[in-house]
Design a protein around this ligand. Structure first.
Ligand code: ADP
Ligand code: MG
Length: 238
């Protein structure tokens, strides 16, 4: 189980509130996509779910338990960022193994998990390469591999493809969809790309200015946007 529930969650930085009483239910094993314009609070919401920032008010529940009562390990959350700096002096294998080494995992466990992740991501032949000898897409896969080896229940992606060119984005989109299917985990994915949202999501959450505008299945939002804002973002052309 990996279900995340937000109840009336707000977040302020100093005196400025940027997330205003958000209610959301991220279902176990679903692929939820947050969309909305730059500055609307997508990354902040993701960081709250990841526990990288504390909520200012409301409740954030992880399988029914308050997030602040759980250790990071119990939360079982991994995040993949837009900029995915790999360690340049480390091989693909070492980059993927690094987090587990820090966590003092056993060598056998590390090796098994890295090889399994490499298999899933088709990086098996590239384990000894340095990042500078990889393509952009391969580098991004290594970044995803670093998250997979931690075996999280919930994957959070913050615009992971926005630094890639258009053709590669399409390819990676397919790979992320496959990953969701293979791993059977809960995924929350942030993008401002409508096509990405439409093709990846079970559920789309449209955000504007720190508020949830509408939640629904892609085609639902496409055909029945609740307001102009949603229509402008993913609605069918009027
Ligand atoms: P998005 O990811 O949708 O582009 P963000 O979540 O990054 O939006 O930002 C939402 C709002 O919160 C913006 O107005 C941004 O300036 C503000 N914000 C984000 N992080 C901080 C921070 N650490 N300190 C102050 N303001 C922040
Ligand atoms: Mg952002």
């Amino acid at each position: 189980m990996a279900e995340v529930i937000l109840k009336n969650v707000s977040k302020s930085f100093g005196r400025v509130e940027v997330i205003h009483g958000v209610d959301l239910h991220l279902r176990d094993k679903a692929f939820t996509v947050f969309v909305g314009p730059s500055g609307c609070g997508k990354s902040t919401l993701l960081r709250l779910i990841a526990g990288l920032e504390d909520i200012s008010s409301g409740d954030l529940l992880f399988d029914g338990r308050r997030v602040n009562e759980l250790t990071p390990k119990e939360r079982g959350i991994s995040m993949v960022f837009q900029s995915y700096a790999l360690y340049p002096h480390m091989t693909v294998y070492q980059n993927m193994a690094f987090g587990l080494k820090l966590a003092k995992a056993e060598q056998g466990t590390i090796d098994q998990r890295v090889r399994r992740a490499a298999g899933i991501l088709e990086l098996g032949e590239l384990l000894d390469r340095l990042p500078k000898h990889l393509s952009g897409g391969q580098r991004q896969r290594v970044a995803i591999g670093r998250a997979i080896v931690r075996e999280p229940q919930v994957f959070l992606f913050d615009e992971p493809l926005s630094n890639l060119d258009a053709a590669l984005r399409v390819q990676m989109r397919i790979e992320i969809a496959k990953l969701h299917e293979n791993l059977g985990v809960t995924m929350v994915y942030v993008t401002h790309d409508q096509v990405e949202a439409m093709t990846l999501a079970d559920t789309i959450v449209v955000l504007s200015d720190g508020n949830v505008e509408q939640v629904g299945a892609p085609l639902d939002l496409y055909h029945h946007p609740q307001n102009r804002f949603v229509a402008g973002f993913i609605g069918s052309p009027q």
